[in-house]
Design a protein around this ligand. Structure first.
Ligand SMILES: CC(C)(COP(=O)(O)OP(=O)(O)OC[C@H]1O[C@@H](n2cnc3c(N)ncnc32)[C@H](O)[C@@H]1OP(=O)(O)O)[C@@H](O)C(=O)NCCC(=O)NCCS
Length: 176
């Protein structure tokens, strides 16, 4: 397998990102994500616009992992709050392509995200929701200092069963 690198997304990554997420959503057995495959069909222009907006923003980031041979193999997004009251909050989501999991891609994306968050004066809280049974993701988040803040019981209904979501967050301390 070739080595991978992490970089901020640019607008021309939009189709690659859509293809990555689609490849994850059609996996069997299903991954721990609430979207059904048919519920993720954004126009490429909308994703390109989102990448543009993120790159203009101080409380959002859009990172990708890629290889020379295979293109995009992972992505991490942080969506910043849109109100004055939650401008310091950013919501994290991440996906790594199935054949690249457990090889440090998630860790590399988290390293880059934490470096971005530390450097951004705006970001004081990174939060996320994760399926309570997603042991790998929870392990990764705990490793990066995310604490359990709560549990949304029966938050998800999928494949005939109710699933709890955990709320996790990491606070960043910064000088005023
Ligand atoms: C969760 C995800 C983003 C992590 O990315 P990744 O590239 O697989 O992660 P890494 O290889 O960097 O690290 C995985 C860590 O989890 C550990 N791990 C793997 N399976 C585990 C399990 N069942 N229980 C606990 N830890 C586990 C690995 O040992 C490794 O930890 P270590 O570095 O301390 O040894 C990726 O697996 C993924 O895309 N999963 C499907 C989508 C998803 O769940 N996204 C998160 C939604 S909140």
């Amino acid at each position: 397998m070739s080595s991978f690198r992490i970089r901020p997304a640019i607008e021309s990554d939009a189709q690659g990102y859509i293809d990555l997420i689609r490849s994850v959503l059609i996996e069997q057995p299903p991954v721990d994500t609430p979207y059904a495959p048919e519920e993720f069909d954004p126009p490429v222009e909308r994703i390109a616009g989102r990448i543009y907006d993120v790159n203009e923003s101080e409380n959002s980031c859009f990172l990708i992992a890629e290889t020379d041979d295979e293109g995009m193999i992972g992505a991490l997004t942080c969506a910043g709050g849109t109100l004055a009251a939650d401008h310091h909050v950013t919501s994290l989501g991440m996906y790594v392509r199935k054949d690249w999991r457990d090889q440090g891609v998630g860790k590399a994306l988290m390293d880059a995200c934490m470096a971005w968050a530390e450097a951004s004066p705006a970001v004081l809280r990174i939060e996320l929701e994760v399926y309570a049974g997603n042991a790998r993701a929870i392990h990764l988040y705990q490793k990066y200092g995310f604490d359990h803040e709560g549990r949304k019981r029966r938050m998800i209904y999928q494949n005939g069963a109710y699933i709890d979501n955990l709320i996790m967050a990491r606070l960043l301390e910064k000088a005023d």
